[in-house]
Design a protein around this ligand. Sequence first.
Ligand code: ADP
Ligand code: MG
Length: 682
Amino acid sequence: MKLDDNIRYLKGIGEKRAELFHRLGVFTIRDLLYHLPRGYEDRTDVRPVADLQEGESVCVRVSPAGGIRSFRAKNGARVTQVHMSDGTGLLAVTWFHAPYVEKMLRSAEEFILFGKVEFRGRFPGMINPVIEKGEKAGNTTGKIVPIYPCTAGLTQRNIRDSVRVALEALSEAMPEILPEPIQKMYSLMPVNEAIRQIHLPVDFLTFEEARRRLAFEEFFVLQVGIGMAKEQRKTGKAPVFSNVKCIADFAKELPFSLTNAQKRVINEICVDIRRDTPMNRLVQGDVGSGKTMVAAAVMFAAVRSGFQAVMMAPTEILAKQHYENLSKLFKRWNIDVAYLSGGQKVAERKENLEKIANGTAGVIVGTHALITDKVDFYRLGLAITDEQHRFGVRQRTALSGKSESIHTLVMTATPIPRTLSLILYGDLDISIIDELPAGRKKIITKWVPGEKRNQVDAFVIEQLDAGRQAYFVCPLIEESEFIEANAVEEYLDSLIKGAYRGRKIAAMHGRMRAAEKDEIMRRFARGEIEALVSTTVIEVGVDVPNASIMVIENAERFGLSQLHQLRGRVGRGAWQSYCILFCNGGEVAQKRMQVLCENEDGFKIAERDLELRGPGEFLGTRQHGLPQMRVGDLMSDMELLKEAQKAAEIVLKSDPVLQNDEMRGLANEVERTFEKFGGVLN
Ligand code: ADP
Ligand code: MG
């Protein structure tokens, strides 16, 4: 058995289960070994019932003491109740929706339960604990147990079992890509040991070691790739934009005056584009700070200087929106805007490609299609990518690679600390728009527990009746994008069968065709749809000023920066806007929500988030909207990232293009990583 074999060939995985794993993005055994836990449960603590304390999660070894009661509750839920004992005391245990438990309870003498202790009067109790037969115990109870991202039809136990089998079959199979001197220098454990320990840690200290090792490797590969790309970038000559003065005329025609921050950033850019050194600049600005207008001003200068300007957005929705806004904006100067997207009809695409090739189109807007397909530009001089953090490094390079040497601008709302952007975007200059347009109303932000749903619904309906519109961000069920569509549809269903009966609500998700999404967005923008249900796709850039309410389910499961971005979808018009966060989490979660309620500044929010996130929330970088890492966290592992950067420098110094034999594994991994980000290094 090999790492790149399909998981179908793993013992215990049939056709059907393999299918379910595919939904999680797990196709090969390598994928499975890199399907990392999203958290752990500490089941090492086995306690006498007499010692149990309120609120702790522990194991007990107990036997049924008395009859098993099984009945249906008023709401139809199946309830199973039993008293259990270990000789030191009685434990009241209740299961909901667990019909199999009754049979199990009758099939053995002794059981290990793992659950959270809750006192009812003097009695300790557990609700829905994990149960294992006493003689089988030790599979999970008594250990640190990994919790995996999973999908409907696949249980935690299924995944655990498969991972265990794979670890046994391929205990030494993962190639070591870190050069030995680097391993020694940074005291990193061997890769196979790390993979084993991250799935089945013997203790939390060893887990930390394993995580550090895997995160280091990941950062190291990223830094090696960035380093190589930097070297490759041509230091060729870029076109000089002779006419930047025209931006003043452009600004005069706008319905508002530019903020001082916008003006300052435009000036910084103008210095760059008047020179023949290619501009390579990152514009950072909080949501709603008006980055699009800065981009438009610079594109205007490009066109007036005789060059084409291209703008790339990460999603079709956003690209379309930019296209429509820019077409309107540039119309009065007779600048033709072309549009390219994946979902376009052949004839339409052909027409646009022609306009781009013969120079009729001055400005070109589109999605990835712009760089994945061959596009002939007439005279490209400027490339802008919006919401840069959505792309990998390679895509950025690919777009600027369209023409030998052009000016490049990347825009992001992600509040990346400067130190981090310097590492991630090493060779970029940075401009910051640190001011919002005047007259913006503060968005009233409240977090509410699930019980207050009725009040929230009543309020939202009142607002809809007043002509406003709302966004609902669907509960985050799993981290897998593959089931996104179902989750969104189900949530929509629950809304229109519940409090929002008869309202015009539509859902939007990744499985829909571009034309469908377009149509929904257009109808939402025209006000024909009152509320939009979606996942976080809406996060990026969408601008519908009449929408004044943002309702986010399971807010505790998002990073604060992401919530801040979502909130930025409202508060764009004249109306008082609201952001309502449903939060079912404990104390820390509530504190995090409070940070959002009290702060408007994206940088501050990101910092506080980092402080508040405990060591329990180690895995997952989705949080910040930065390039997605498997193990490492670009923000909280900054020190490790710096070490990895140093290590990458050392390695590239002695072997700049990784041509030595012992670098083969590393070279492959760099290639694989950047492919995932959207392109192969060439
Ligand atoms: P972001 O930086 O999040 O991309 P946008 O470019 O979408 O922000 O701008 C948000 C809204 O603010 C848009 O409706 C835009 O027209 C408006 N806007 C931009 N600049 C100004 C300004 N100087 N004064 C008033 N409104 C502005
Ligand atoms: Mg934007």
